[in-house]
Design a protein around this ligand. Structure first.
Ligand code: GAP
Length: 443
């Protein structure tokens, strides 16, 4: 396996070459810290989001989804504390022009070149824009820096619409924007990114128990999408580190190769108490109390939040799946992605161009159910390696015997094991493969 530095370089280059992730505005030299997901990347990203939505919303009786606007009412961020707290003092180096957070330059000299620094200045992390034709202060709106606040501002709409019983959750996947001072490490820290957040409303005295529950659920979710447990760890925030709204927070961290100390944040699970609902009540003047079903108790629920990043999960999944090995005397790169996440599920490969027509019929049998690639160019060995590098779990080879026996060979990416399956059983075989794994058809 490559060293940590090499691994990141190789992965970033693989992402561009195969069409997972491109630098945004590439032909203009790239827009620093913005990334575009390519044809393979968007499939992987959507599969991650679908796995999260299935686990957090679809399969749960008491968690509901929303999809709210990115442009947000400015009062939202007064109430949340972002206008007051969401900025860092910055200093610039007078010699090399590098920019630093003031707390990173404790001895008053540039960490890069030892040069003199400017006085600290505040740097707002929210993206501001104007709504409507006139660009004055009254027209200022913000692109949301986190998705959760619109869940709080919709709290009354949601409870009026659904009359849910406590405890219940509201979840959302969507874009967030932060004018990060130093955006770096590929999609790990960008200025435009996506979050997967769930706010779980419960009684205050039950919040510590729900914290434990959600930490354990979220940790096992990362396992369920194939991330090795040895590369994950939990880290509880110290009191000094806690955000202004949190009574407790535990991060799920991944062994990102560039992270100081070997691990970096994937997701935070926080006990936000009743801070947000109370703050929105104070600023909006609206009543956001919850009235229980019997109508005899009013309370402000507390919130346990699970807040993860799509980009960071995407990167962790790729890092975890990246392997270099040697098969049949040749080097190969293989992405051992969980089949549910793989951007292409099945590749259909005719052994010769003469077999293209029959193979195309096989691809059309499979396409209504799965994302199928059809590849006729190059030797069969090269085509297998291309699919291995893409993370495709299964290849179907249509050979000259297929014309006689109406059967094809399925090859499994990781073990390289092969099995012959008749065409009239092929769809069923793949259903079994995706549900139960290789053992279900190989035996
Ligand atoms: N609502 C709470 C909240 O937003 P956060 O720790 O600031 O908490 C939650 O962000 C998650 O969002 C992080 O764990 C990370 O996965 C993702 N995230 C935050 N900033 C990011 C950035 N600049 N680029 C990519 N992902 C980011």
């Amino acid at each position: 396996m490559p060293s940590d530095d090499d691994l990141m370089k190789k992965l970033v280059s693989l992402c561009k070459r195969l069409g997972f992730v491109f630098p945004s505005g590439d032909i203009y030299g790239g827009l620093q810290s913005a990334w575009d997901y390519g044809p393979l990347g968007v499939e992987l990203k959507r599969n991650i989001e679908a796995a999260w939505w299935d686990a957090m919303v679809r399969t749960r009786e008491n968690v509901f989804g929303v999809d709210t606007a990115i442009i947000t009412h400015p009062d939202t961020w007064k109430a949340s504390g972002h206008v007051e707290h969401f900025h860092d003092p910055l200093v610039d180096c007078l010699d090399c022009k590098a920019r630093w957070r003031a707390d990173q330059t404790a001895d008053g000299r540039c960490p890069d070149c030892g040069g003199r620094l400017t006085e600290p200045r505040d740097f707002g992390l929210m993206f501001r824009t104007h709504m409507g034709a006139v660009e004055d202060e009254a027209a200022v709106v913000y692109l949301r820096p986190e998705t959760c606040q619109s869940i709080f501002t919709n709290f009354r709409n949601i409870t009026n619409a659904l009359r849910p019983r406590l405890p219940f959750g509201v979840a959302q996947i969507g874009k967030a924007f932060r004018n990060e001072i130093t955006a770096r490490n590929f999609v790990f820290r960008s200025r435009e990114f996506e979050q997967m957040e769930m706010e779980f409303f419960c009684r205050g005295e039950e919040a510590p128990r729900w914290m434990e529950y959600w930490i354990s659920e979220r940790l096992s979710w990362y396992g369920s999408i194939g991330i090795r447990s040895g590369n994950l760890r939990l880290r509880e925030h110290s009191k000094e580190e806690l955000a202004h709204y949190a009574a407790g927070c535990t991060d799920i961290e991944y062994a990102f190769p560039f992270s100081p100390g070997g691990f970096g944040e994937l997701e935070g699970i926080a006990n936000r108490t009743d801070f947000d609902l109370r703050a929105h009540m104070a600023v909006s003047g609206q009543n956001l109390e919850y009235i229980d079903q019997a109508g005899n108790e009013k309370l402000i629920p507390h919130v346990v939040e699970t807040s993860g990043g799509v980009g960071r999960t995407f990167l962790a999944v790729l890092l975890d799946a990246y392997f270099e090995d040697v098969i049949e005397g040749r080097d190969r790169v293989v992405l051992r992605l969980a089949p549910a996440l793989a951007p292409v599920k099945i590749a259909v490969l005719p052994l010769s161009r003469k077999l293209e027509e029959g193979a195309a019929r096989v691809a059309s049998m499979l396409r209504p159910r799965w994302k199928v690639d059809f590849d006729v160019t190059g030797s069969i060995g090269k085509r297998y390696r291309r699919q291995d590098e893409t993370g495709t779990p299964y290849c179907v080879t249509f050979d000259f015997d297929s014309l006689e026996d109406s059967a094809v060979t399925i090859r499994e990416r990781d073990s390289l094991a092969q099995v012959r399956v008749s065409l009239d059983r092929l769809v069923e075989a793949f259903r079994d493969l995706f549900d139960k794994g290789w053992g279900a058809v190989a035996g």
